[in-house]
Write a protein that binds this ligand. Structure first.
Ligand SMILES: *[C@@H]1O[C@H](CO)[C@@H](O)[C@H](O)[C@H]1NC(C)=O
Ligand SMILES: *[C@@H]1O[C@H](CO)[C@@H](O)[C@H](O)[C@H]1NC(C)=O
Length: 330
């Protein structure tokens, strides 16, 4: 009498377990299917990757090629807020925006060729910290016309550095290209978000600034005489700085010069610091204030090693905590 009862119980338990297992598998299948078909969702899914909006798929991974083969347009890239390291974003930068460095044999075309260092002290401070390093790599944003107030021209001309110049003002960028700098150059803005964006840009030499949103109801700016000012608004494509570095294939940076009239902190917040190795930075703090920048950079592993106070802007010089020890122990 007990045996059939036990069997019956076993049978019921067994079918219960089978049902649970079936539901579990169905659940996993649905989740996986959704992840595979949702090409813009995080694939690897670590917390850091989603925080920085990273796909984090190696170029050798078949999924990378599959994503690269998908329709890639500027509209889709912006609308879908594609990841900073999405192949569409990287290819778009390479194809449409990236200007290669001038050939080393091509002479510079400078307005003041005898002025070795047009920066107001930044180049000397950074180089001194780096022990007058040669053949380093820089990022300069905004680069203006590639010469006036350039924080990196000295390094490039005298210390054989390479780098990338980012300047969103189209008039300045035209001049920058004519300088024949031996550095990559892009006529874009740096995105304030960890994905590509389009913004309206107020064109005014040297103080051009990215506007976060365009208010169509806002009246045109007028000057003291009541005339409309000569500023014009343009729509511009912005990319995260990390996407630009990936497009060039360079995530090791010796000096990052960031002077973008107030958006410095937002740009720094898009950087996946665990994916890049940036030794030093000069960040203009006039618009943001010193403290928010220091408070943000500290936990990223950076300390302030110097300051620059001049009439064209106040810079904070940051260096990676570990680079301090490397230099002092050497
Ligand atoms: C770097 O070079 C400058 C100018 O040539 C010099 O004054 C400075 O002491 C050097 N700094 C280091 C750390 O070697
Ligand atoms: C780096 O140094 C700064 C200043 O000393 C400190 O606030 C920060 O916590 C340090 N970061 C790391 C990761 O050690």
């Amino acid at each position: 009498m007990r045996l059939p009862l036990n069997n019956n119980r076993l049978y019921r338990q067994g079918s219960f377990v089978a049902t649970v297992v079936f539901i579990a598998f169905a659940f996993i299948f649905v989740i996986q299917h959704r992840t595979n078909t949702q090409s813009f969702g995080p694939i690897s899914g670590s917390i850091r990757d989603s925080e920085y909006n990273l796909l984090d798929v190696e170029e050798t991974d078949p999924r990378f090629a599959a994503l690269a083969a998908e329709k890639c347009t500027i509209e889709r890239m912006n609308a879908d807020r594609l990841q900073q390291d999405h192949p569409c974003v990287i290819e778009m930068i390479r194809k449409r925006y990236l200007h290669p460095p001038a050939d080393v044999d091509v002479p510079y075309n400078l307005a003041a060729p005898n002025k070795a260092d047009p920066s107001v002290g930044q180049a000397a401070s950074i180089l001194n910290y780096l022990g007058n390093q040669t053949k380093g790599f820089f990022i300069e944003c905004g680069a203006l016309d590639g010469e006036h107030l350039s924080n990196t021209l000295y390094m490039e001309r005298t210390m054989q550095w390479g780098g990338v110049l980012v300047e969103a003002d189209q008039t300045s960028f035209g001049k920058l290209l004519s300088r024949r700098r031996k550095a990559y150059a892009l006529p874009v803005c740096l995105s304030l978000h960890p994905y590509p964006t389009q913004v309206t840009f107020k064109v005014a030499y040297a103080i051009g600034s990215v506007q976060e949103s365009l208010d169509p109801n806002q009246p045109a700016k007028t000057n003291s005489d009541g005339q409309a000012s000569k500023e014009t608004m343009l729509t511009l494509q912005c990319f995260p700085i990390y996407s630009i570095l990936l497009a060039i294939g360079q995530t090791q940076v010796d000096f990052f010069s960031l002077d973008v009239e107030g958006h410095e902190l937002k740009i720094l917040k898009t950087v996946p610091w665990h994916k890049v190795d940036i030794k030093t930075l000069a960040v203009e703090w006039d618009h943001v204030g010193e403290k928010p920048l220091i408070d943000f950079m500290g936990p990223q592993g950076y300390y302030v090693f110097g300051r620059n106070k001049v009439n064209v802007g106040n810079d904070l010089f940051f260096a990676k905590n570990d680079s301090f020890h490397i230099l002092r122990d050497a």
